[in-house]
Write a protein that binds this ligand. Structure first.
Ligand code: SF4
Ligand code: SF4
Length: 419
């Protein structure tokens, strides 16, 4: 059995568990599977066995450790305040150190995602050949039916032109800038939703902010280090810290990216120096929704609604990485309620995970669909025309499940609604 390093550093969280089972009422995976290893209590127990050397990283254990959305619903409702995300991610990291990443993840994380220009080339190649995939509707395509193992999955097309290829390095406001902000693109906005990136840059510049978009920035690393590849995660963290060294704030319009950038200090440091640098970097990071309300102090009632949304009923989905990782829930609602011309309808269980969970949805797509079915019930109950959120990952999963369920709703990023 290999050397257990990361799990030992978070052992206190596993030890805090008092086995009350309260988490089982909140865990979306447990609610579907009803097996003890799905829920935080079972995972904490197994983590302690691994630390003691009584349990190895067997294929069964890999399956158990992988089957967690990292949604933190258990942690948010745990009376002992255990942090299962820390325990699960540490277990994945120790497993990767002992067993390696495997060919596909190794290639994707270390050859593609860790190298921004290589990632751009692979994305360009995929964009060129995506016409081979059948269209579902509009600019959404799906996997062909013969790839049964992956399901008939719908996803938005890659953009014809990527944000990185069109964006300038600096955008200056007309007067003296009140601050300098680095815009963090993130992979989804770069490759799928570049117009959203331009929209946010424009929104900030019109409010007196100088926006810089460093070309050296890289992927935030969420998929990488949440899968346990801390080595590549640290490379990505260093690249981003270097790219954004001279700005007042770093703003991202993706809830997962903003949370991931803030949390380098929580998961990745290997020594005090790293801890200090990751913490200093994380303090500058703001999600776009919190930046608009808490830093720019925009009065939501002054926001102008884009004409195409006038008269619509709109509901809000809380991304896990916004509501539980960053405690951001009031700011997006304040923005939405400020728009004149829409009706806001609060969704029942708005903070329920949509089932995406990054690579969770790749390996457990059937489970993702079952978890998403509850989210679809919530959306239906609102009678909304539009589902709004602030995480492109959630947007992709919501679009997939809305189409699968034959529902009429359109999905948008919150800031797309603003003129
Ligand atoms: S709610 Fe917390 S303390 Fe209770 S069993 Fe779950 S993880 Fe343990
Ligand atoms: S993080 Fe989410 S999926 Fe994982 S154990 Fe907790 S509630 Fe379940």
């Amino acid at each position: 059995m290999g050397d257990i390093k990361e799990l030992k550093q978070v052992e206190q969280y596993a030890n805090q568990c008092m086995k009350c089972g309260f988490c089982s009422f909140f865990c979306p995976v447990y609610q579907e599977e009803r097996v003890e290893t799905s829920v935080a209590r079972g995972k904490n127990y197994l983590a302690k066995l691994i630390i003691k050397g009584e349990q190895g990283f067997t294929p069964e254990m890999a399956e158990i450790i992988g089957k967690c959305l990292l949604c933190k619903r258990c942690a948010a409702n745990c009376p002992a305040k255990t942090q299962i995300d820390r325990v699960v991610v540490a277990a994945r990291a120790d497993m990767v150190r002992e067993k390696g990443l495997g060919f596909i993840k190794g290639f994707v994380f270390r050859k593609a995602m860790a190298n921004r220009s290589a990632m751009g080339r692979y994305a360009r190649l995929m964009q060129t050949f995506q016409w081979l995939l059948p269209k579902t509707a509009g600019n959404v395509r799906h996997l062909p039916d013969f790839i049964k193992s992956m399901g008939r999955r719908n996803f938005p097309e890659l953009s014809r032109t990527f944000l990185r290829d069109r964006v300038k390095s600096v955008y200056s406001p007309s007067g003296k800038p009140q601050m300098k902000v680095g815009f963090f693109m993130g992979c989804a906005i770069d490759f799928v939703y570049p117009d959203l990136g331009f929209k946010i840059i424009d929104f900030l510049v019109r409010r007196g902010v100088e926006v810089v978009v460093p070309k050296e920035q890289n992927c935030c690393g969420a998929a990488v280090y949440f899968s346990g590849d801390f080595e590549t995660g640290r490379r990505l963290a260093e690249a981003n810290i270097k790219a954004f060294h001279d700005v007042d704030y770093i703003v991202s319009a993706c809830g997962t990216c903003s949370s991931t950038l803030k949390d380098y200090q929580k998961y990745l440091p290997d020594n005090d120096d790293m801890q200090k640098r990751y913490s200093a970097f994380g303090e500058k990071v703001k999600d776009a929704t919190e930046f608009v309300i808490d830093v720019l102090k925009v009065d939501p009632s002054t926001l102008k609604l884009k004409r195409e949304f006038e008269g619509k009923t709109v509901t809000w989905h809380d991304p896990c990485h916004l509501v539980r990782y960053q405690n951001i829930k009031d700011q997006p609602r304040a923005i939405l309620k400020g728009f004149k011309g829409i009706t806001y309808a609060e969704m029942p269980n708005a903070d329920l995970c949509c089932g995406m969970g990054g690579s969770f949805s790749v390996y457990h797509y059937d489970l993702t669909k079952k978890i998403a079915a509850k989210k679809m019930d919530g959306i239906r109950a609102t009678g909304a025309d539009i589902v709004v959120t602030a995480c492109p990952g959630c947007m992709i999963n919501l679009i997939d499940n809305i189409l699968h369920n034959g529902m009429p709703q359109k999905v948008h990023h919150l800031l797309e609604l603003a003129e």
